[in-house]
Design a protein around this ligand. Structure first.
Ligand code: 5GP
Length: 190
């Protein structure tokens, strides 16, 4: 999606450790009108496939997931990283290595909200090595639900997550696909 590529070139900053900072609009300060256009694009791509729930992981995937869900008219299920007293003990959980925190987290969703027969679209802000998505897929499988597809805002294709997920048989639709980030310069896939 050209719109997101242009926005990344205008407002994104390349940090050390292969991290792209886009927190002025995507995952810290949220440009709601802009994110809504991204959500519409994801909806247009996956419309007609029977998606009845969007699954994401807290916290940075939530905004794009919600903006997408408004077009599907479906709920967003947000996998939690911390067990609080208001989440039931009856959960599916999976282990995920965090790209940004460099730690292993447990992610969990209540069994009440992820059901056999659900048709799930996974949405996240970034796709790097694919660990977050693989953890979310694991939760879906445990519930006997189906992953219809995976959509991310920014995919850093060179970090392997795209190949990993497509090799597993999943369709991945990302709105901006980065082929390289070098010396602060961003090159997109053709
Ligand atoms: P993966 O699990 O695919 O390796 O990494 C995806 C997760 O790490 C996303 O949920 C996102 O929060 C975070 N992430 C990965 N790369 C970046 C990046 O370049 N910038 C930011 N802000 N987050 C990233």
């Amino acid at each position: 999606m050209k719109l997101l590529e242009e926005k990344i070139l205008k407002d994104g900053k390349v940090l050390s450790g292969d991290v792209l900072k886009v927190d002025s609009f995507l995952n810290h300060q949220l440009d709601v009108a802009f994110l809504s256009k991204l959500g519409q694009d994801i909806f247009n791509h996956f419309d007609g496939r029977g998606v009845n729930k969007i699954l994401t992981v807290e916290a940075s995937g939530i905004a794009l997931a919600c903006m997408t869900a408004q077009y599907f008219g479906c709920p967003v299920l947000c996998a939690k990283k911390h067990k609080s007293i208001n989440i039931s003990n009856d959960v599916y959980f999976s282990k995920v290595y965090s790209f940004t925190h460099k730690t292993e987290n447990l992610i969990m969703v209540s069994k009440e909200y992820l059901n056999a027969g659900d048709k799930i679209l996974i949405v996240d802000d970034f796709l790097a090595g694919g660990n977050a998505c693989v953890g979310l897929i694991d939760l879906v499988k445990q519930a006997g639900a189906v992953v219809v597809g995976i959509s991310t805002g920014v995919e850093k294709t060179y970090q392997g997550g795209y190949d990993r997920l497509t090799d597993m048989g999943y369709e991945v639709y990302s709105l901006a696909r980065i082929a390289e980030m070098k010396d602060g310069k961003i090159t997109f896939e053709k």
